[in-house]
Design a protein around this ligand. Structure first.
Ligand code: ADP
Length: 267
């Protein structure tokens, strides 16, 4: 049983956050962190919303690199930990910002992870937010149970499930959907990432996972869930995320940027 003081602390912080969204995926490597950061940028930069990314992928925190703040550290202030800001209305909090070096491995056991999630929710000075996007580890583990326990009483908006066409065939997404249903997390919808590929040389579009591209849309309809959209595999996106560059600033006219803007409209 959780200390009621902690639950009250979390609820007080969350009163200032309009939409609290979990980003989930069945497997690692489908682009969950990439999409979380890109969605955050669209909300913040295109729609002028106040947005924060909370990276609770404790064993593989990648938000600081993708958002271009690797090496920066969070500060403690009177009202709690201050997240790191990228511009005025976009911030990020990640275990990666608490480590001495980005290469430090984090091997924490369940209870310690739970403690950190609790602290991120109750002791970070998020300020007033329109959107808090929570980037979770792949699969359904202790972290997901903790976050559900803490966030459900705070009117969690729901979860976005990210998948790739390849993952569809492995049925991991079904597990994710079932988890949400079991613990009563509303599902905002499903996004398919890496749906097609545009050759940088000849501009030809190919569906790389040919047999399963579009499978996420089909699965969404099967489960009676909204389908939020498809994002192409784009080598410029890989590179931008690797280097922490703002993809939208660099490639504002690209089909990939439009796909993200379209996606955010559906959320
Ligand atoms: P996850 O959070 O699901 O483990 P990541 O967001 O870390 O996955 O993405 C895994 C790798 O795939 C990263 O190198 C990332 O840059 C790349 N990636 C993700 N989505 C795309 C995309 N649509 N186009 C190109 N590269 C992508």
């Amino acid at each position: 049983v959780e200390d009621p003081k902690i639950m009250v602390g979390i609820q007080e912080r969350m009163l200032n956050v309009k939409h609290k969204i979990l980003v989930l995926s069945g497997k690692g490597g489908v682009g969950k962190s990439t999409l979380t950061s890109m969605i955050a940028r669209v909300f913040a930069q295109d729609l002028a919303k106040n947005v924060a990314v909370m990276d609770i992928d404790i064993c593989g925190p990648s938000a600081p690199r993708i958002m271009g703040v690797e090496g920066e550290t969070v500060h403690q202030s009177g009202s709690g930990w201050s997240p790191v800001y990228i511009g005025e209305n976009l911030s990020v909090m990640s275990v990666g910002l608490l480590l001495a070096s980005p290469d430090d491995a984090v091997i924490w056991r369940g209870p310690k992870k739970n403690g950190l999630i609790k602290q991120f929710l109750s002791e970070v000075d998020w300020g007033s937010l329109d959107y808090l996007l929570m980037d979770t580890p792949p699969g359904t583990s202790d972290e997901h149970l903790s976050i559900a326990q803490y966030m459900l009483p705070c009117q969690l908006t729901g979860a976005i499930i990210v998948t790739s066409p390849q993952e569809i065939s492995l049925l991991d997404v079904r597990k994710e959907i079932n988890f949400c249903r079991k613990v009563n997390i509303p599902i905002i919808g499903i996004v398919e990432n890496m749906s097609w590929f545009v050759c940088p040389k000849c501009r030809k579009e190919s569906e790389i996972f040919l047999a399963t591209t579009g499978g996420a849309r089909q699965m969404a309809s099967e489960f009676n869930l909204p389908f939020l959209g498809q994002i192409p595999l784009d080598h410029r996106l890989t590179q931008a995320c690797d280097e922490g560059i703002d993809f939208f600033e660099e490639y504002s006219d690209s089909a990939t940027a439009s796909a993200f803007i379209q996606l955010v409209k559906e959320i």
